[in-house]
Write a protein that binds this ligand. Structure first.
Ligand SMILES: Cc1cc2nc3c(=O)[nH]c(=O)nc-3n(C[C@H](O)[C@H](O)[C@H](O)COP(=O)(O)OP(=O)(O)OC[C@H]3O[C@@H](n4cnc5c(N)ncnc54)[C@H](O)[C@@H]3O)c2cc1C
Length: 309
């Protein structure tokens, strides 16, 4: 029988964390150390699943991201108040000062506080080779993978003006750059001049596909000869890893992420969102930091409710 509003202390858990990436796992660690009753539910589809090596994470530079998750789970084992479950949360309801969540098998769970750490997923062009080579020459984040291809032949993919910034940014990593607009480039004269000034060639032919065995080797076009490239960076869009934040009434920014206030709070009392799902700086270490911030704030909120009335 789910608890009534006045019975929030009888919920199944103090905190349910949805999502077991860096954000959710670090939140579980902090809350476990505070001896809170925590359930972390993870559907096992992290944003960087295709990546062989995670970069820019203190002491973990170059580590396989799935191995980092495995170690994080292992290090949660001593915290007996933390339970980890592989599964999916499909529905959520807010009851004022507690929440109910439905698992994929239909079971309902109740919790005082809720942290959504459900990440983002990237859109990839529907062109042969992009999905197959994603993470092996096809990337979306130069901070994550640019250094490995420094001074090498690189392409930037994207129709329209929004790729001009990425193409210019890529000059930090290589001067051997082409911008692929996959059809007539709708660029202003000013942007064409900017790109030309940095020596960036624009190729406006339609793409036919990407070739490569272990990693990207060649880009094919419908009407011109292929070009050799070892990396292609995209600015193609992303979407939320889950619809739970919308279901629960969170404000969404114009970029499609959840609007968070200080300490990862949302407009819904007791509901926090951390990691890629909430912010524009989308690094694993930032996600982990946001998870820690949310955990600190959740713990403080419960302390105030229970002890400082
Ligand atoms: C190809 C690629 C390479 C990258 N390389 C780097 C890098 O080198 N360095 C770096 O700092 N960052 C890198 N990133 C970015 C990094 O992956 C993200 O910043 C980081 O994973 C965000 O962590 P998170 O915890 O917010 O989300 P995620 O790691 O995406 O985890 C979210 C989790 O929530 C789960 N989930 C979603 N919905 C539900 C639900 N309803 N129920 C249960 N579980 C759910 C998902 O299955 C997933 O496991 C890369 C990204 C990509 C795409």
């Amino acid at each position: 029988m789910p608890p009534q509003s006045s019975e929030r202390n009888r919920t199944d858990y103090d905190v349910i964390i949805v999502g077991g990436g860096p954000a959710g796992l670090n939140a579980a660690l902090i809350l476990g150390r505070c001896r809170r009753r925590v359930l972390l539910v993870d559907s096992g589809n992290p944003r960087n699943a295709v990546s062989q090596a995670m970069h820019g994470f203190l002491t973990r530079d170059g580590e396989n991201p799935l191995e980092v998750r495995r170690i994080a789970r292992e290090q949660l084992r001593p915290y007996e108040t933390v339970e980890i479950r592989d599964g999916e949360i499909c529905e959520g309801r807010c009851h004022g000062d507690w929440f109910e969540l439905r698992e994929a098998d239909g079971k309902w769970l109740s919790t005082r506080k809720l942290l959504l750490a459900t990440g983002l997923l990237d859109d990839i062009p529907d062109i042969p080779g992009f999905a197959e080579l994603y993470g092996r020459g096809v990337y979306n984040c130069p901070y994550c993978d640019g250094w490995e291809h420094r001074d090498r032949p690189i392409a930037v993919y994207g129709p329209g003006e929004r790729c001009v910034g990425l193409a210019l940014e890529m000059t930090l990593w290589s001067r051997n750059l082409v911008l692929l607009t996959d059809g007539p480039a709708e660029l202003s004269d000013e942007n064409r001049a900017r790109l030309a000034g940095e020596g960036i060639r624009i190729v406006e032919d339609k793409l036919a596909g990407l070739d490569g065995a272990a990693s990207l080797e060649r880009i094919r076009f419908e009407t011109r000869e292929p070009i050799e490239r070892e990396a292609i960076f995209l600015n193609y869009g992303e979407r939320e890893g889950s619809q739970l934040s919308r279901m629960l009434g969170c404000e969404i920014t114009s970029q499609g992420t959840v609007e968070t206030r200080s300490y990862e709070r949302t407009n819904v009392p007791g509901l926090y969102v951390a990691g890629d799902a909430s912010r524009r700086v989308q690094f694993a270490i930032v996600a982990a930091g946001e998870g820690a911030l949310a955990a600190f704030s959740i713990n403080n909120e419960m302390l105030k409710e229970d002890l400082l009335r």
